[in-house]
Design a binder for this molecule. Structure first.
Ligand code: PMP
Length: 401
């Protein structure tokens, strides 16, 4: 096990002070910090290898292409997938499924299953498609214990063509039973799209073993750069996808009469791709590969459980259960104190937390709240930071009692 102190040394931003206090970064579900290796690799690319990919024989073009493609190889290897389409993030990856698979394989009257726990990026694209194609959207409810109602899921699956489900909720940290969901979906002939934005950073995911058809996630939530993400696709579903963005790089031939397309992932990557970001992401994956993710996850989950207990003791409502596979995310509300005011006071002492609806308004509607304060931990957070957070929160509450 690497000591957290050593692990933290890789992240230059953790040396920062905010208002004279050490930064305590507790907003990792929004985005994670970047290790030196990621920052250096991207700088090195722009300083020494900058060129466009795939289209020239010169040395720099070769290095850029190798850098870009090494990201794809790293993704396939870490997540055990045959096809990795590089996108701008989870949002684009889900929109890609809607446009490239949905439009080509769904028809008027078909049903898609979503859950009330989805992030907006796994709701809005389907609502847009439903307007265009007269598709029925069926939402699996979230129960009082913050789990999905699996009985209603089984009832809703009949006749559905696609199930879109978030692996780990960005608000609750709850990990959904995706293996069970995939099993039921497959028995009923439905495809499964997994939103793994929050699980890819926290779990070792074997895409093939889970058996989902699509998996979307973002680099920036796993120590990689912003502006890049991926869609993993199994072979069967890949063959059913039609490109929706045309342009350079995705074609084999173009004439004034028509075009033929690439056979591989590039078919869905029209235009100059995110080369520096791909190079940075490769380093982030290497960094994650060097961490014992199971041990580190257990450690931060223990801190999250402790934090939940302390918050409840202070009279807060905590929205989470913190089972073994759940994320180290703690959403909470003070009975009377405004969340934004609380977040401002916390920021004054260097604690970075998030407030608001976390792009999951249907879930908050179900919980009958309009937002939460969210603390989300990652592997470079220490238990001492969580303790200092609790101590300062107590100080605030005493001051405003
Ligand atoms: N799904 C979930 C569960 C998320 O937490 C997020 C990011 N908050 C997204 C999708 C969207 O990710 P991105 O903004 O990187 O596309």
């Amino acid at each position: 096990m690497i000591e957290v102190k050593i692990l933290r040394e890789d992240f230059p931003i953790l040396q920062r002070e905010i208002n004279g206090y050490p930064l305590v970064y507790l907003d990792n579900a929004a985005t994670t910090q970047k290790p030196n290796s990621v920052i250096d690799a991207m700088n090195d690319y722009y300083s020494n290898s900058n060129a466009n990919v795939h289209r020239a024989v010169h040395t720099l073009a070769g290095e850029a292409t190798e850098g870009y493609e090494s990201c794809r190889r790293a993704l396939k290897s870490r997540f055990n997938a045959n096809k990795a389409i590089i996108t701008s993030g989870t949002t684009e990856a889900i929109n890609l499924v809607a446009h490239a698979w949905g439009r080509a394989n769904l028809s008027d009257g078909d049903a898609i299953i979503l859950t009330e726990m989805e992030h907006h990026s796994d709701i809005v694209p389907w609502q847009m498609l439903a307007q265009e194609m007269n598709i029925e959207l069926r939402y699996v409810p979230v129960q009082k214990d913050l789990t999905l109602d699996m009985e209603l899921f089984e009832a809703a699956i009949k006749g559905a063509k696609l199930v879109c489900v978030v692996h780990i909720s960005n608000v609750l940290g709850v990990c959904n039973p995706v293996e069970k969901i995939v099993e039921i979906a497959k028995q009923n002939g439905a495809r499964v799209l997994l939103d793994a934005a929050q699980s890819a950073p926290h779990q070792e995911i074997n895409f093939e073993q889970i058996g989902a058809d699509f998996m979307a996630f973002s680099a920036h939530k796993m120590c990689g750069p912003t502006g890049i993400g991926a869609l993993l696709v199994n072979d069967e579903s890949f063959d059913e996808m039609q490109p929706f963005m045309g342009g350079g790089d995705m074609i084999e031939t173009v004439s004034i009469h028509g075009s033929t397309y690439q056979k591989n992932e590039q078919k869905f990557e029209a235009g100059t791709p995110r080369i520096a970001e791909a190079i940075g992401w490769t380093e982030a994956i290497k960094w994650l590969n060097s961490v014992d993710i199971k041990i580190e996850h257990k450690r931060i989950l223990e801190s999250a459980r402790w934090l939940s207990g302390e918050l409840r003791r202070m009279g807060m409502t905590v929205y989470g259960r913190h089972d073994d596979n759940d994320a180290a995310v703690v959403s909470f509300l003070h009975p009377t104190m405004n969340s934004e005011d609380l977040a401002h006071l916390l920021d004054a002492r260097g604690f970075a937390v998030r407030t608001g609806h976390h792009c999951a308004q249907p879930l908050l509607d179900r919980l009958e709240i309009s937002g939460t304060v969210r603390v989300s931990l990652y592997f470079y957070n220490t238990h001492d930071e969580v303790v200092s957070f609790v101590n300062y929160l107590e100080e605030i509450l005493e001051r405003f009692a």
